[in-house]
Design a protein around this ligand. Sequence first.
Ligand code: PBG
Length: 335
Amino acid sequence: MTQTIPAPFPALRLRRTRSTGWSRAMHRETILTPADLIWPLFVTDGQGVEEPITSLPGVSRWSVDGIVARAKEAVALGIPCLALFPNTQPERRSEGAEEALNPDNLMCRAIRAIKDACGEDIGLLTDVALDPYTSHGQDGLIDEAGYVLNDATVEMLVGQSLNQAAAGADIIAPSDMMDGRIGLIRAALEADGHHNAQIMSYAAKYASAFYGPFRDAVGSRGLLKGNKKTYQMDPANAEEALREVAVDLAEGADSVMVKPGLPYLDIARRVKEQFGVPVYAYQVSGEYAMIEAAVAVGAGDRDALVLETLLAFKRAGCSGVLTYHAAHAARLLGA
Ligand code: PBG
């Protein structure tokens, strides 16, 4: 962008354009709308069930009927897409995560119910990774030493993707960070006739301390031994994130995600500048919890904190944000 040589003060007073509300509105460079939001929702078994999640105050798991109600709410609010995560009953979890391939698993039932109720009024982004289904809480299959096996896991992820696409998922979102999975999932989707099933790759996903409440929500925190550092990225690395993105795009990802959100805004910006593709950020559970904790002690105003943080993603170059505050933000934006 060309920078003009600034006039010297007082010819130039940058405060002039900020002096009134109408002028601030006129000079605003970035706009946040409900269409920028993707709403993550947690599905649980049963009927008429709402289970509040203690570490995510204000967020609940819902049984499929409740999820359908949330989907209708999202449509009314102008939210274009939901991200679904299942809380699989412990007895359906296993070492080999076979439940991920069950065409009647919680995820598939939720997908079908929402599609029946809302049709094309809302998009469904579905998480591909094995952690909601493994008895050990890792995102993949493990060997005797507990190491997460890449190629065997990818085989499962391909099956999981086809299972979700067959149920009606619109965007397959692999969050597992295995190598080579995007290309193999894309090829399988094409071979199965799912030409318009998109892939949003969690391309730059970090081994972060901000995922704790999410693991409570899907029920994997207590099960997980160790950490996910042999597959999720080192928070110290940025160049490596660009390589991850390049690889996933080359393998056929339609869009890419950076995760977590605010602490990694530099990564989102660099991905956008370097590749010019649709970039999404995930304002993750720990970030949501931080905002709510600040509100609880009177350290900040919820509405203002939510809108400012979400706007920051847009300013950084993101096409949209996954946020647990999506419905609240959409209500504020629509008011
Ligand atoms: C698991 C997955 C995680 C999140 C989304 N998918 C947790 C993890 O990697 O351990 C985190 C989302 C959040 O914290 O809100 N594949």
